[in-house]
Design a protein around this ligand. Structure first.
Ligand code: ADP
Ligand code: MG
Length: 401
């Protein structure tokens, strides 16, 4: 589960990580008020930041033509105008895909003068099965690019999860980042705070890009987390009830939310052939074989081993709501699953939705004869597939025609 920058920053700040002062808002008027009070407190430049679950906002463009999802302004009036241009509009960045994301919230915060941009992340290294802290002197750009061009500027510290981050490791990263003097202690404290946040929230990723050296009001250098991206491990959410409240359904694909209500494992993809399958392994194999015969799957869908007629009907309704779908492949191997339940669900869903697309069904296993009879008596035009390969070939042909 991904969370917003403002939520990540709250979790980080609670553990001693320094962030710019500011607040989150949902209206341009509120943005102006926050800016006015920050200016009254002595801030000379104000950052307005679109809150969406995607990076690359700074270089993004709104569908309205307005440039920049992260912008700096000098006055409260400019902040009001900028906030009006962002709120309620769709921001397209390198990470959102062409459809972009609707901006509903903004961070309005002080924008200190930046001396240097650094990079800091904590993630799970699957190779060593351990948490790893990744840091780089090249902040503010894609870390993938840094890794490709100047890998010697990326530093890694592997953490023993049993003892956690050791103080010497935090100091070593601080020194590798080029911090000197008082900044080493500040850096070690910040890195420790970021690691603690990662461990205590069961996060899979925290990325601070950029982590900045700024010049404070007292003319001394300070380390501040200007951006924060954070993903939480879904499988640990059961023991993180307060974090579950941070879920923003507005950022998730609507069909996937609908599917989760029916306990269906559905992931939308961008092909044209919808699949309804029981079992995750068979679902993946079905997607592979569609691809093998030259088609492209429109989704991953596992209805599970013991789906009810209602679940099958809901599954069918959900895959049909995707406007890209041009054909459907049902691939069921009834081990526990009763093939007739699937057949009854399909027949009722097709009637309910008035579906006219080519439908290829391959049923095998438990109670298959009754299932085939139900489909035959339903009066629906169904192309039946004898084997998985046969069914995949038929649906690809039907969609091409
Ligand atoms: P994204 O990574 O989605 O583009 P960032 O939060 O990193 O968004 O913002 C883009 C750039 O804007 C940063 O690299 C930084 O240079 C600048 N920036 C972001 N927040 C602030 C801030 N509070 N003060 C000053 N500059 C900022
Ligand atoms: Mg960033």
């Amino acid at each position: 589960m991904n969370i917003h920058e403002y939520q990540a920053k709250e979790l980080l700040a609670a553990r001693g990580v320094v962030i710019p002062r500011g607040s989150v808002c949902e209206t341009a008027e509120h943005a102006r008020e926050i800016a006015a009070s920050l200016i009254a407190e002595g801030e000379t430049l104000i950052a307005v930041k679109s809150q969406i679950h995607a990076g690359g906002r700074g270089k993004g463009t709104f569908k309205s033509g307005y440039k920049g999802g992260v912008k700096l302004f000098k006055t409260a009036e400019e902040v009001h105008a900028g906030a009006s241009a962002m709120l309620g509009n769709v921001l397209v960045t390198k990470q959102t895909g062409p459809e972009g994301r609707l901006v509903r919230k903004l961070i309005v915060a002080g924008a200190p003068a930046i001396e240097k941009e650094l990079y800091l992340a904590v993630l799970l290294d699957r190779g060593s099965s351990r948490p790893v802290i990744m840091a780089s002197t090249e902040g503010g750009m894609d870390i993938e690019e840094v890794a490709a061009r100047t890998p010697e500027r990326i530093f890694k510290e592997t953490i023993d999860p049993a003892v956690g981050l050791m103080p010497y490791q935090a100091r070593r990263i601080a020194v590798q980042l080029g911090l000197r003097g008082d900044l080493i202690a500040q850096g070690a404290k910040l890195i420790t705070g970021v690691y603690r946040t990662w461990a205590e929230t069961d996060a899979s990723l925290i990325e601070i890009n950029p982590l900045c050296i700024i010049i404070g009001a007292d003319a001394k250098p300070k380390l501040v987390a200007l951006d924060a991206k954070m993903s939480l491990e879904d499988n640990a959410l059961f023991r993180q009830p307060t974090l579950l409240e941070l879920r923003d359904l507005g950022e998730e694909a609507p069909l996937e939310i609908e599917a989760s209500k029916f306990n269906l494992n559905y992931i939308k993809l961008d092909g044209t052939i919808a699949c309804l399958v029981n079992g995750a392994g068979l679902a993946m194999a079905t997607m592979d074989i569609i691809q093998h015969f030259g088609g492209r799957p429109a989704n991953f869908l596992d209805v599970g081993g013991g789906a009810s007629k209602e679940q099958v009907t809901a599954a069918f309704r959900i895959i049909l709501q995707d406007p890209n779908v041009k054909g459907i492949l049902v691939n069921i191997f009834g081990g526990i699953m009763d093939c007739n339940v699937i057949a009854t669900g399909i027949a009722s869903a097709v009637k309910e939705t008035g579906m006219k697309l080519p439908l290829v069904v391959r049923l095998e296993g438990n109670n298959v004869q009754a299932g085939k009879r139900t489909l035959a008596e339903s009066g629906l035009t169904i192309i039946s597939g004898d084997s998985m390969a046969d069914a995949a070939r038929k649906v690809v042909q039907a969609v091409a025609a």
